[in-house]
Design a protein around this ligand. Structure first.
Ligand code: CTP
Ligand code: MG
Length: 228
């Protein structure tokens, strides 16, 4: 099977509170989204990289993406939610993808994606029927709160993982799952709701999602101090 990447990049970055969507904020001299796109485009196993942009995106055309090569394809078909954007991308590539081809969905807002993250995910899931996602074991002790913000329970963390991206599933399964899902925040939840069991592939905390201003500083530190 082939491997396609879909990068949802149609969000507005409301929690970042910047004057433009966070995927276009400068990070070490390039737009934030450029970092993950470059890793995906350079991954030998990935055939094409589709970026899902908002239909009224005004930023994409202002930057030069040619250095990323011929695998990169912008699609102006973003939706109201992340899941809608991913589904829009899946529909747009229907002519190109076979049912059993793999789709790796990666947040535009995770600029510290490393080549080994992609390689490990693809390698560990290669023989799997369903697919799975990068994730890291939860480090903190978790509390469930009641309405008055008292601790109602301590949630044992030993079997809890934090979901990251890429999340990698078969084209037809992912499309069916997302067509049938409502209010999911990642691909895995849609697959789970369809009764399937995604596998967790252990990544690491460097693959953080840039959500708040602090995350931008952390991402810059990670990229600057990464070896190789
Ligand atoms: N995303 C998308 N389409 C949407 C909403 C989000 O493609 N309608 C993308 C974002 O661009 C981002 C990824 O999904 O790359 C993860 O979403 P999130 O971190 O929530 O980004 P935003 O929705 O832009 O941020 P916020 O929720 O703070 O507004
Ligand atoms: Mg959002």
């Amino acid at each position: 099977p082939r491997h396609f990447a879909i990068v949802p990049a149609a969000g507005s970055g409301s929690r970042m509170g910047a004057s433009r969507p966070k995927q276009y904020l400068p990070l070490l001299g390039r737009p934030l989204i450029h970092h993950a796109l470059s890793v995906l485009c350079e991954a030998p196993d990935i055939d094409r990289v589709f970026v899902v942009l908002s239909i009224d995106d005004t930023e994409w055309a202002r930057h030069d993406w040619r250095g990323l090569g011929g695998k990169l394809v912008p699609l102006f078909c973003g939706g109201a939610t992340r899941a809608d954007s991913v589904l829009g991308g899946l529909r747009a590539i229907a002519g190109e993808a076979s049912p059993s081809d793999w789709v790796l969905v990666h947040d535009a807002a995770r600029p510290c994606l490393a080549p080994w993250h992609v390689d490990k995910l693809i390698r560990e899931l290669a023989g799997d029927e369903v697919g799975g996602l990068l994730a890291v074991p939860v480090a903190d002790t978790l509390k469930r709160a009641d309405a008055q913000r008292h601790v109602a329970a301590t949630v044992p963390r030993d079997s809890l993982w934090q979901a990251q991206t890429p999340q990698m599933f078969r084209y037809v399964m992912l499309r069916r799952a997302l067509e049938g899902a409502s209010a999911v925040t990642d691909e895995s939840s849609a697959i789970e709701a369809a009764g399937l069991r995604p596998r967790l592939v252990q990544g690491d905390a460097t693959n953080l999602k840039v959500t708040y201003p602090l995350d931008l500083h952390l991402a810059e530190w990670i990229l600057t101090n990464r070896e190789g």
